[in-house]
Design a protein around this ligand. Structure first.
Ligand SMILES: [Zn+2]
Ligand SMILES: [Zn+2]
Length: 446
């Protein structure tokens, strides 16, 4: 289904929600840049403020500026004077704000970071916002949050969903190959997110919409079908990835939660980002990390299929669990970002033995159903590896130079990232986290 058709169908759904994509329009095609003046005119804007960086200005910003000026539209701009990756932090936001000039509309030209900052600027100024995507690298194009580093910590801030998303295939096909691979990785993540969303409806009674899940599944299978052509920068394949990225944002807006687009694999990536900020460990593009982590989660699901839940063992494990010791180890491994994680647990109470006992009953009663959902939604580890190999992306966490201890600890602390039920929480609830990391990574817990 074309994205604009989906947007046109915003409204009430059988799930009980009124779905709102938060988008007015998307234009993803060859030569899409040429349509920008018309899109600006349609908004009644006479002047725009353009935000770009050295790279994105060169590949699409300069042309956009020229087209707008030729159409009689006033262009004021700020181009970050760098071709390096911009940290999405106070300094980057401050520069954008301090260079901002009054206008009728804001136009971001870029991908993740430029869009995240553009969304913040649009939220502050309450202006119409258009993003001109330069790479199909992440699924934040149509989201209303910005992934930022604040006070040295990774946070997701409420901002403004773009009104218009433009993706010119001539530009997107020429994006750095790693950014295209990252888009596929962020898309493969949806195998896990939809799976865990369904499991959470059983175990936590969470809201679920089959229509939204299906939208994401369709976009994902389009990407996987065309993945073998991506290395040749095939236009249909790149378009499928960009469509998937924008549709994911729409799906999350429809559901009003991140469940359709992010699960345990995203938490692996968050742990690695937090370690990067705190300890300077190696960090890769968001989607590259998510793709590799999806392979790890597929491996975990395969392990879970060998498990028979043992109620007495699980209850004894929960009773003997030492939260203080756990938090200390988490601070050591994850860094300062873990303080907020430990704080959140006080509200959440996932280690509360009474609540655990209730969840455990549900897990045991529904164990076959849970395994069936994993089978239905998520391909095997080998299949995920095969897809990642086709596009020349790192196939698992080891390929990101993580050693077994680091992967094992990432799995342990992934369950503490947010108040969301993910597969690493099943391990804890069954009292088998230590066995799992021993089986999967040969790592013996201290
Ligand atoms: Zn619905
Ligand atoms: Zn993502």
């Amino acid at each position: 289904m074309e994205l604009n058709e989906i947007i046109a169908n915003d409204g009430p759904c059988e799930c009980g929600k009124i779905h709102d994509s938060l988008l007015k329009k998307t234009v993803i095609c060859e030569g899409a840049l040429n349509k920008i003046p018309e899109l600006v005119n349609e908004e009644g804007a006479k002047s725009v403020f353009m935000l770009a960086d050295g790279n994105t200005y060169a590949c699409a910003g300069a042309k956009t500026e020229e087209l707008l000026k030729n159409a009689g539209i006033i262009v004021k701009k700020y181009v970050y004077p760098t071709k390096e990756v911009i940290e999405p932090d106070e300094k980057a936001v401050g520069s954008a704000v301090m260079h901002y000039a009054d206008c009728d509309m804001i136009v971001g030209v870029g991908s993740g970071v430029i869009n995240d900052i553009g969304k913040i600027l649009a939220a502050l100024t309450k202006k119409t916002y258009m993003i001109v995507g330069t790479a199909p690298s992440m699924d934040g194009y149509a989201s209303a949050t910005s992934s930022m580093a604040r006070d040295g910590l990774k946070v997701s801030l409420p901002s403004k969903c773009p009104d218009i998303v433009v993706g010119d295939l001539d530009v997107l096909c020429n994006a750095p190959m790693d950014m295209i691979r990252a888009g596929v990785g962020d898309m493969l993540a949806k195998y896990v997110s939809i799976c865990e969303w369904r499991i959470a409806t059983i175990l936590c009674g969470e809201y679920y919409c089959e229509k939204v899940a299906n939208m994401v599944r369709t976009a994902l299978s389009d990407v996987v079908a065309l993945a073998p052509k991506l290395m040749k920068r095939d236009k249909d394949a790149v378009k499928a990835v960009m469509n998937g990225m924008v549709l994911s944002g729409i799906a999350a807006n429809y559901a009003g939660i991140s469940r359709p687009v992010s699960g345990l694999e995203h938490y692996f990536s968050h742990v690695w980002d937090m370690r990067g900020l705190d300890k300077g460990t190696e960090v890769f593009l968001h989607g590259i990390q998510c793709g590799s982590a999806t392979a790890e989660v597929a491996r975990l699901y395969e392990y879970l299929k060998t498990v028979t839940p043992d109620k007495q063992k699980a209850l004894a494990f929960a009773r003997s669990f030492d939260v203080e010791k756990h938090n200390k180890a988490m601070l050591e491994f994850v860094g300062a970002g873990s303080i907020a994680m430990a704080e959140q647990e006080k509200k959440e109470g996932k280690y509360d033995v009474k609540m655990h006992a209730v969840r455990l009953e549900k897990i045991i009663d529904n164990w076959d159903k849970i395994l069936k959902i994993m089978d239905e939604e998520t391909p095997s580890y080998a299949k995920i590896v095969e897809i990642l190999e086709q596009i020349g992306a790192p196939i698992n966490a080891s390929a990101l130079r993580k050693d077994n201890e680091e992967i094992a600890k990432t799995l342990i602390f992934s369950k503490d990232i947010r108040d969301k039920y993910v597969a690493s929480r099943i391990l804890w609830d069954l009292g088998i986290t230590d066995e799992a990391i021993q089986a999967l990574y040969g790592y013996k817990a201290e």
